[in-house]
Design a protein around this ligand. Structure first.
Ligand SMILES: Nc1ncnc2c1ncn2[C@@H]1O[C@H](COP(=O)(O)OP(=O)(O)OP(=O)(O)O)[C@@H](O)[C@H]1O
Length: 234
């Protein structure tokens, strides 16, 4: 399980101190959790802290009970490779690699043989409905197809945690719906999916919606149950 404990991030901007994340505490259960909040409320900073791209000023991130945020950069990268997948607004595929090679890339980093990783990447592309596009370069795929390749790549090493940052931001509604379906299927399959979005319709599909304001967790909504609880009581 991924947990944030009194996670705090302060930036120095000249004379000013900006608190981007303010003592955020939450244990992310399996399933889909959305993080919403106005621009500047700290969503991206929080995601970067949870994924270990950035380190907190105070507090910690724990993964399966082990403190993750105080590991070295290399150790965090290794944990990230094996335990976390990423689907961003900009799909960030490697432009010179085919769809199949993009999906196989993390498998190569993890030391799998060419045969193993080709078989696994083919199966993943089939799972997102793109087996016929395996040899295409990203530039020959639509935005929605590129995002599905990014999802297949994010799932390559079967990570328990999947981060999605505005994954439908650049997509038309039909492609966006397909991407959402794939993410929901991952959440229903028991993965912890953490979704940052401005899209209220999308956040309503989450089991839990965390509201951030000025870096603080101000409200937790459970849209399906129609319940809210005060974050302060956590
Ligand atoms: N590297 C940085 N240096 C200084 N201040 C930063 C840095 N990154 C973020 N901030 C500040 O931290 C606060 C939170 O920013 P963050 O990008 O996390 O918000 P956000 O909710 O993701 O916003 P948006 O929805 O616009 O992407 C903002 O006030 C921002 O200016």
């Amino acid at each position: 399980m991924l947990e944030a404990v009194r996670l705090h991030k302060r930036y120095h901007q000249g004379e000013l101190d900006v608190v981007a994340v303010d003592h955020f505490t939450y244990a992310f259960p399996p399933g889909l959790t959305a993080i919403v909040g106005p621009s500047g409320s700290g969503k991206t900073t929080l995601l970067n802290l949870l994924a270990g791209f950035d380190v907190p000023t105070e507090g910690e991130v724990r993964l399966d009970g082990r403190v993750f945020s105080s590991l070295s950069e290399d150790e965090r990268a290794e944990v990230r490779l094996r335990h976390m997948g990423f689907v961003f607004q900009q799909w960030n595929l490697i432009p010179t690699l085919t769809a199949l090679e993009n999906v196989a890339f993390p498998l190569m980093l993890a030391g799998q043989s060419l045969r193993e990783r080709t078989e696994r990447a083919q199966a993943l592309l089939a799972a997102v409905g793109l087996e016929k596009r395996a040899k295409h370069l990203p530039s020959r795929l639509s935005g929605g197809e590129q995002q599905r390749v990014a999802i297949a790549r994010a799932l390559a090493l079967d990570p328990p945690v999947l981060f999605a940052d505005e994954p439908t931001g650049n997509l038309d509604s039909a492609s966006g719906a397909r991407v959402v379906e794939l993410l929901l299927a991952q959440a229903q399959g028991g993965r912890t999916v953490i979704l940052v979005t401005h899209d209220l319709e999308l956040s309503c599909k989450a089991e839990r919606v965390l509201h951030l304001r000025d870096g603080r967790l101000t409200r937790i909504e459970t849209p399906s149950a129609g319940l809210t609880e005060a974050a302060q009581s956590l």
